[in-house]
Write a protein that binds this ligand. Structure first.
Ligand SMILES: Cc1cc2nc3c(=O)[nH]c(=O)nc-3n(C[C@H](O)[C@H](O)[C@H](O)COP(=O)(O)O)c2cc1C
Length: 233
């Protein structure tokens, strides 16, 4: 069954990229419009408003070449499901430049709203980005992009754009020393600050100022419980 994709308004983009680092497959196109995809364990939301996302790629990779050529990419987030993670592993193989890894992994390209690369239909969250800056260092290309549009499977967010943890089932890559192993990152815990000092009020005031909708971060207890329902504030 195909789940409907819903566009998310700008004010929900920050809460849609959660947790703030995720396993991702990033899609790009080259100057001829040929689609490329690669898997990343190093993808992090690095700025709240406007939302920016960063990742690091080997300097000689096709995605690194494409972000420099065309200045666009899409971050697609898989669920912690075996078939999606198998696709992540296929996409991580060293295919030749010009090969469409989505075809190799049996995934479906879905046209994006704001950029040329495609979204991945089977994955649950998508962030369409324009490159803000790149930096070459230590044989890698660090890329930071500004989010221009975001969308999600209709079953994995609530009416206010918060993720339903048991539905999105975010994944992390355990890292090369662990081989093809992934860890699920959907167990959440609301944690208070057991400290009595003026720094607590200062922190909360700064948090409130950062988020225009004050509902977002009043206290640690304002986050969702593990089953996706909002905890009392
Ligand atoms: C789970 C997983 C995580 C990966 N994370 C990264 C990463 O963070 N950075 C990186 O450069 N390569 C990473 N790789 C390897 C790239 O996906 C791989 O080198 C890919 O072939 C690059 O594709 P491209 O040349 O088409 O861009 C990862 C691979 C897998 C399977």
């Amino acid at each position: 069954m195909t789940v409907t994709k819903i566009d998310q308004p700008r004010r929900y983009w920050d809460r849609l990229f959660a947790p703030s680092s995720c396993l991702a497959v990033i899609t790009t196109v080259d100057r001829h419009g040929r689609v490329n995809a690669a898997s990343y364990g190093t993808c992090t939301r690095v700025h709240h408003e406007p939302v920016h996302i960063a990742f690091t790629a080997n300097i000689d990779s096709d995605n690194a070449a494409n972000v420099r050529e065309t200045g666009e990419f899409i971050v697609n987030l898989p669920r912690f499901e075996r078939r999606q993670l198998e696709a992540v592993r296929v996409i991580g193989l060293p295919f030749a430049r010009g090969v469409n890894e989505l075809d190799k992994a049996g995934l479906t390209a879905l046209p994006a709203k704001m950029v040329a690369p495609p979204r991945i239909q089977e994955f649950s969250r998508h962030f369409e980005c324009r490159v803000q800056w790149t930096r070459e260092w230590a044989g890698r290309l660090m890329t930071v992009g500004e989010v221009l549009a975001a969308s999600a499977d209709s079953d994995c967010v609530d009416a206010e754009g918060y993720v339903l943890w048991d539905k999105v089932r975010p994944a992390h890559y355990c890292g090369a020393p662990y081989g093809g192993r992934f860890v699920e990152a959907s167990a959440t815990m609301a944690v208070d600050v057991p400290y009595d000092g003026p720094e607590v009020a200062a922190f909360l005031a700064r948090e409130r100022a950062m988020f225009k909708e004050h509902e977002v971060a009043k206290t640690a207890a304002s986050v969702h419980s593990n089953d996706g329902s909002r905890l009392p504030e």
